[in-house]
Design a protein around this ligand. Structure first.
Ligand code: TRP
Ligand code: ZN
Length: 887
């Protein structure tokens, strides 16, 4: 915490490091009331860069005990230890710098650097946490080999882990012991990790394509040993997949995963020692939902894939974060698609993008996939860098095709192995391998904001010509008032009466037809373009943005009948789903207008009938049916309304609820039938067919409970009979939302009694309650913060309860008296000094204040202003608050 205003740093100011580190030797001496860290850095002047620049190391919250250069202790006038640096005035071209520092891990509540999570020591160094461990060149373009020794009490900390290979274990006097680790791969400090604890492991092994036998271990507390199987299976699948699809083999003899309870994010890809939030690795059918199983599989794969996309080839600087994150998210998304249902995965990812990322792009924190400035890098682990970054890589994949893309990734890994590189290096490898010019495409990295494609069409029945006129634009974002046209791959087809029509653009030979001539990708690269299709014998319905081929908004004036046709019959799963969503949005908007005009609301019959038909079609994929019949969320609707001038929270809620109830009653018979026919008899398995069946069944349950009060009994019966957490929690959610007070409270209390010892399950219980309706919702959340099950120091609990309320209970968060906003700001204030990363992330819903109509915007802004005026604001919170208030 500092008092001077934190300053922004800029990509354009990047300078290569003045010094490099060949080897880093660390000695950790861990105690309950302090830890000492001895570091010897084998440094070398970076020729041609340094001149006679002094050595400046990063450091934060460190107590320096001694400094020596080549073994000679330095006098006080030979160095300067400031708040955030250690400066050594005169150093030779090559030298060893040794420091001894003391840190207080037991008091480190930021969960960054070396800290204690319950009984174990662990680290989180990305992005700039290593400087809280020792003085260092804490930047990703400084890569060193690490030799680490850890000394600790043997009884409390029988397991001592770091990166690479364990090379020695020694017993020491006084009940202490020591383990030494060597990591042969040079790495930046952000990939360093250390764990010490009373841990137990589930062990397995994997033989790589090159015949290397790798020992796999997942370390957890003893009580969680029975929750590691799914993560282990996922890890082995990911290792095989990366060999098959990318030709990437694992490069050490061991790979360790550790589960920790107090963790700021999902997981961290430290070389050969991945550290996971326990919520992202532990699974069992009794305690984990289907969604949880899928998350674990995806995150285990994500962190594993970083071994190549992130560790072997890393980032030059933090502006290049998407180089590793965008690429790795693309890799894990393709992995998940291959493991389960490709279309369902695509719909999920498109939903995240359209709700969270488009909102970020439209808000005060909007930034390009490669940001050009930041105050606090922790604030830039965003949906833009991760998910939009993945979409940018996906578009490259679409433009090049799978074979050329693979050539490009091979070239990238080969050319840059062991280096710290930029997004530009990635794009250039793709260009060099494929021969394709990605010049204009590069703007996706530098230009923020969500592009809008506006599509018009004309049909000429005489000449059998169909013309699409496509124009693109992009709204201004902070610091970027004017936008250039992007290269946008627009995948499309044309739907006729009997199915998708063959496509032939004017000027193409009629026999230029390929096997799949009903699908193509149009290259949109100018402000406006025309595409003329010939031989179109009927007026088609355009099927646009198939597979969500680009992260853009698309507007085309579809008639409701067109959307019904796409929904029922288009070849592309994403388009079918999107048509259902668009139809739902238009119906909800219509009801909202009727309600505002004090008219009796009428839910369009075409919509209800299309949904009923979909539900009756027992040959359809149940997962898709469930996705298509789930109404867009209130937050997404608010985001859309904001585009048109200002969201009215109550009106949106009222309209959505009206449509939901209409859909529930209109289709009641089919909902009941879907509920009954999708019961799963087989023993629980987290596999696609079962997940789909449970998904549809639980969606049906939600609608049934909205259709008729007596159907609450179905939820109660399901709650009691459930043999897995997916069904139990779904029933609990329905009961908490719709049952009478007594049933609701009894069921919630019973759930806590049953699950109080399973912390991750208790978090679900907190989140369910955070989303409960009623004017007492905030009061309930306040009381839960005082409950024994809550702990402000644990990010999972804060996210479940406070995040669950602010993001998952829009009507109550946006209470007219502004108490929801005040509550959130109060929590942010408390967390600002304890855990700035979590404080800053919690703030997101308040940053959207401009989206809301009237007095609410003022109330939201007032809380941001209150926070802005606080003394001792962390850079994390300062950046979000100040940017949100800029005009
Ligand atoms: N690099 C990690 C990932 O994408 C995430 C990460 C970044 C992280 N910063 C963190 C995790 C801070 C925990 C804390 O997998
Ligand atoms: Zn990652």
């Amino acid at each position: 915490m500092r008092d001077a205003k934190p300053r922004a740093i800029y990509l354009k100011d990047y300078q290569p490091p003045a010094y490099l580190i060949d080897k880093t030797v660390l000695y950790f001496d861990l105690h309950e009331d302090h830890a000492t860290v001895e570091a010897t850095l084998h440094l070398r002047r970076n020729d041609g860069v340094a001149g006679d620049a002094p050595l400046v190391l990063h450091g934060q919250d460190l107590q320096l005990e001694s400094v020596a250069l080549d073994g000679r202790a330095l006098d006080d006038d030979e160095f300067q230890a400031g708040d955030e640096t250690l400066l050594v005035h005169r150093v030779p071209a090559r030298f060893e710098l040794s420091t001894r520092t003391r840190i207080r891990s037991q008091d480190n509540s930021s969960l960054e650097g070396l800290y204690k999570s319950r009984t174990m020591f662990c680290t989180q160094c990305e992005a700039e946490g290593f400087r809280k461990i020792t003085y260092y060149l804490d930047r990703p373009d400084v890569m060193a080999r690490f030799e680490v020794a850890i000394e600790a009490d043997r009884a409390r900390y029988p397991v001592l882990l770091s990166n690479g290979n364990a090379v020695a274990r020694e017993e020491l006097p006084g009940g202490r012991h020591r383990v030494r680790w060597d990591d042969p791969f040079p790495k930046p400090a952000y990939l360093f990790a250390l764990v010490a604890g009373d841990l137990h492991s589930v062990d397995d092994s994997f033989t790589t394509c090159g015949g290397r036998e790798v020992a796999l271990r997942i370390f957890v507390e003893e009580k969680d040993l029975d929750k590691c199987d799914h993560a282990m299976r996922s890890l082995k699948k990911a290792m095989r997949w990366d060999e098959d699809v990318y030709g990437r083999e694992y490069d050490l003899d061991i790979f360790n995963i550790v589960a920790v309870d107090d963790f700021n994010m999902g997981a961290m890809e430290n070389k050969s020692l991945n550290i996971f939030n326990s919520s992202c690795v532990l699974c069992s059918p009794e305690t984990t939902t289907d969604k949880g199983f899928q998350t674990v599989e995806a995150i285990v794969a994500h962190e594993y894939f970083h071994n190549w996309s992130g560790n072997r080839v890393t980032c030059r600087d933090w502006f290049q974060l998407s180089l590793k994150e965008g690429f790795t998210v693309f890799r894990d998304a393709e992995f998940s698609a291959d493991m389960g249902s490709r279309t369902v995965k695509r719909v999920e990812d498109a939903t995240v993008l359209r709700t969270l990322q488009f909102a970020e792009d439209a808000g005060p924190m909007a930034h390009p996939v490669r940001p050009d400035s930041f105050i606090e890098i922790s604030n830039f682990y965003t949906v833009t860098v991760y998910e939009k970054g993945a979409e940018v890589v996906r578009m490259i994949h679409t433009l090049l095709g799978p074979e050329q893309f693979r050539k490009g990734s091979d070239l990238y890994f080969e050319r840059h192995d062991g280096q710290a590189v930029t997004c530009e290096d990635f794009v250039r490898a793709m260009e060099d391998a494929s021969g394709l010019d990605l010049g204009q495409f590069r703007r996706w990295y530098s230009q923020a904001g969500t592009p809008l494609l506006t599509v018009r069409d004309e049909y000429d029945p005489e000449r059998e010509r169909y013309t699409l006129v496509v124009s693109q634009s992009c709204p201004p974002t902070p610091g970027q008032p004017h936008k250039e046209p992007l290269l946008i791959p627009l995948a499309m087809g044309l739907l006729g009466e009997a199915g998708n029509l063959p496509l032939r653009l004017a000027g193409e030979a009629p026999d230029a037809e390929t096997a799949d001539n009903t699908h193509r990708v149009l290259m949109i690269d100018a402000a406006e373009q025309r595409f003329v299709f010939e031989g179109v014998g009927e007026k088609p319905v355009p099927s646009l943005l198939r597979g969500f081929s680009a992260p853009v908004r698309l507007e085309y004036g579809y008639a409701r009948e067109d959307l019904c046709a796409l929904m029922r019959r288009d070849d592309d799963g994403f388009v079918r789903w999107d048509a259902a969503q668009q139809l739902a949005v238009s119906v909800i908007n219509e009801v909202q207008e009727q309600l505002q005009a004090n008219q009796e609301p009428r839910v369009a019959a075409v919509y209800l009938e299309a949904c009923d038909a979909l539900l009756a079609d027992t040959s359809a994929d149940p997962a898709m049916v469930a996705d298509m019949l789930r109404l867009p969320g209130e937050t997404y609707l608010a985001e859309l309304a904001a585009q048109r001038g200002g969201a009215d929270v109550e009106a949106i809620h009222g309209a959505r609820e009206t449509v939901l109830r209409a859909l529930a009653s209109h289709c009641e018979a089919n909902w009941l039938d879907a509920y009954r026919r999708s019961a799963v008899d087989a023993p629980y398995a987290p596999e696609a067919a079962q997940i789909a069946a449970r998904g549809l069944r639980n969606t049906a349950l939600e609608y049934l409970a909205a259709a008729r009060e007596e159907h609450i009994n179905l939820a109660r019966a399901q709650y009691t009979a459930a043999g897995n957490m997916t069904d139990r929690l779904a029933a609990l959610r329905v009961i908490s939302q719709r049952a009478a007070a007594q049933v609701r409270e009894e069921t919630l209390a019973g759930f806590y009694r049953d699950w109080r010892d399973e912390s991750l399950v208790v978090n679900q219980w907190l989140q369910v309650q955070a989303a409960m309706p009623g004017d007492d919702a905030l009061e309930r959340v306040r009381q839960l913060m005082a409950h024994e099950a809550f702990d402000l120091r644990n990010p999972n609990k804060v996210r479940a309860l406070v995040g669950g309320f602010a993001n998952g209970n829009p009507l109550q968060f946006h209470r007219g008296d502004g108490e929801g906003y005040r509550f959130l700001a109060d929590v942010v204030e408390q967390l600002n000094s304890r855990n700035p990363q979590i404080a800053s992330r919690l703030l997101t819903p308040l940053t959207r204040w401009r989206n809301y109509a009237g007095e609410r915007a003022n109330l939201m802004r007032a809380q941001l202003q209150r926070l802005a005026a606080l003394p001792g604001l962390s850079p994390d919170v300062y950046e979000v608050v100040s940017k949100s208030l800029e005009d």
